[in-house]
Design a protein around this ligand. Structure first.
Ligand code: FUC
Length: 352
């Protein structure tokens, strides 16, 4: 196993380094110290051919100018916060309204757009990176100095584990995730409409027109949101269900796991034979099918179009701080925020 590094660009006079973790089976994960951004994941198809299975850019400037959070860690709080404000112990905090009038994915200078202090990890059965970022009190409007450590670890079982830890010196809110867009066809040969998704979830969160949860949890049975038995993502893209239409013809929804504790999400693409098994300790996965990717730019040589990748954002519930019935995302001093999500790749279709 090894770690290769190369200069990828410059940001505010700092070097942007691309690190590539390579395991003994030839799988590799490339990522930047900028935003802990995953730029590439090469995994074998059914014939052993290694190809890229995430959306990313070749040039650093494209990340600055064009990226809809490709591969990045989003935070301090993933998703939208209504009216860019919340109340904590009687005090109202105003956040950056970077999607006016709301706050999205940590704001203008979110965790996706800062340089993280990075250390390489070379363990016996894994290679990895340890990222650290100190977010000062008041950054983007959030209270408390927040110290966050994120570890990416790749082992020989073609499994990438991401662990998140954060500590604060003042009561605050935290909800972190990774915003990779997966496309298991390999090198963007097809879009994600023919990907099959399977997970144990009986309810999803209804969204308002602003794509923020209304607070209502909807029973998924007999809707395109029922993935218990696995089905093609295209059924939601073509559906006339008002929630699929509102999302821009597809999904942009938090799916709530049925059971507490560890849960799995299985994404597979038949033609390539690739399957991704995601295991998480988080209560929901925000399923976003890249409904607004279309634009006058290209992604690894392919013209940007809708549904070219699918995000599986394992996390706490969006806008939880403004919804009394959602599990709390409050972090107190002396507590540790911690979350783990594993991404394991197989080259034969399993699960569904
Ligand atoms: C996802 C979605 C949003 C947004 C963003 C780029 O997390 O929830 O709607 O488009 O990514």
């Amino acid at each position: 196993m090894k770690i290769i590094d190369k200069l990828f660009g410059h940001y505010n006079d700092e070097s942007v380094i691309e690190y590539t973790l390579v395991n003994d089976s030839g799988m590799s994960v490339s990522c930047l110290n900028y935003g802990c951004t995953i730029t590439k994941i090469l995994v074998p198809d059914r014939n052993g051919k290694n190809e890229n299975v995430v959306l990313g850019f070749e040039n650093f400037d494209d990340y600055l100018d064009l990226s809809p959070y490709f591969g990045a860690v989003v935070g301090r709080v993933a998703g939208r916060i209504k009216h860019a404000e919340f109340e904590l112990d009687g005090e109202v905090y105003r956040l950056t309204a970077n999607e006016v009038p709301n706050h999205l994915h940590g704001g203008k200078k979110g965790f996706n757009s800062v340089i993280w202090k990075t250390e390489c990890i070379e363990a016996e059965n894994a290679v990895g990176l340890k990222f650290f970022y100190h977010s000062p009190n008041g950054e983007e409007g959030y209270p408390g100095n927040l110290d966050t450590t994120i570890i990416y670890l790749l082992n020989n079982q073609n499994e990438l584990t991401i662990t998140y830890e954060a500590r604060t010196d003042q009561k605050t809110i935290v909800n972190l995730t990774n915003h990779s867009y997966f496309n298991l066809s390999g090198d963007l040969k097809r879009d994600c409409s023919e990907h099959i998704l399977q997970l144990e979830s009986e309810r999803f969160l209804e969204l308002g027109l602003d794509k923020i949860p209304t607070g209502k949890m909807i029973d998924s049975s007999n809707t395109p949101f029922d993935f218990k038995h696995g089905h093609y993502l295209k059924s939601g893209m073509k559906s006339s269900h008002p929630q699929n239409v509102l999302a821009g013809n597809g999904y942009d929804h938090p799916l709530l796991f049925t059971k507490k504790g560890e849960n799995t999400v299985v994404l597979s693409e038949k033609e390539s034979g690739r399957t991704l098994l995601v295991t998480t300790d988080q209560p929901c996965v925000v399923l976003y099918t890249g409904n607004h990717l279309e634009g006058p730019y290209s992604i690894s040589g392919v013209r940007a179009r809708n549904h070219l990748g699918v995000c599986l954002e394992t996390q706490g519930l969006p806008d939880a701080i403004n919804q009394p019935n959602f599990p709390s995302i409050v972090l107190n001093p002396k507590e540790v925020y911690s979350a783990t999500t594993k991404y394991r790749f197989f080259s034969n279709t399993i699960g569904v």
